[in-house]
Write a protein that binds this ligand. Sequence first.
Ligand code: DX5
Ligand code: ZN
Length: 232
Amino acid sequence: MSRAFKIAPSILSANFAKLGEEVSNVIASGADWIHFDVMDNHYVPNLTIGPLVCEAIRPVTDAVIDVHLMVKPVDRLIPDFAKAGANVITFHPEASDHIDRTLALIHDCGCQAGLVFNPATPLQYMDYVMDKLDIVLLMSVNPGFGGQAFLPITLDKLRGVRCRLDMYKKKTGRDILLEVDGGVKVDNIADIARAGADTFVAGSAVFGAGKDTDAHRYDSVISALRAQLAAV
Ligand code: DX5
Ligand code: ZN
């Protein structure tokens, strides 16, 4: 398989008292991106971290910071996250009044842009904005909390998105990344990759794994995820 796979640990499951260390350790252990979950206690029933925390971790790593906005309204936070060092910003289309405008705003701020689909959100939202998408993020749990079980229905939906993205690539020559988020573990990542994903968010699977104190405490779980992907 020619797709390059990326592993994006979600810091939602990291030790917040040592966040900088957690970020540098997980990248030292071989992770590709840092997934940054922003929850507002309005669009989702939980409250997490904002631009100040993004700004605080930015000097700790050169890795891509992948900001997943679970907020409503969306637009007013985008310039703040861009200034704070975000590289990728994704949002839920039903949380934005003007999807096309929000995607353009993310690009104008110098970041890559994407739409996030909840398990029950229809894919039609992407139909008229494909040219503005750098990434599509499929939720494999309902958003709001780490540590939930992967919803198997996501595999069918992933195959549907893969088909659309492949057709789009044929027409335009342009790649759009396909990320999956929620319940990704060593024992299901290969099936998720076979269904078409190339970028894998994993929170509890990664940060719940290492208990050592060294900088490579996440080596074994990240190697185990990569070994599964290598066999796809
Ligand atoms: C859920 C978040 C996820 C979450 C994934 O709303 O978007 O990124 O942290 O956590 P795990 O991998 O534990 O399901
Ligand atoms: Zn997320």
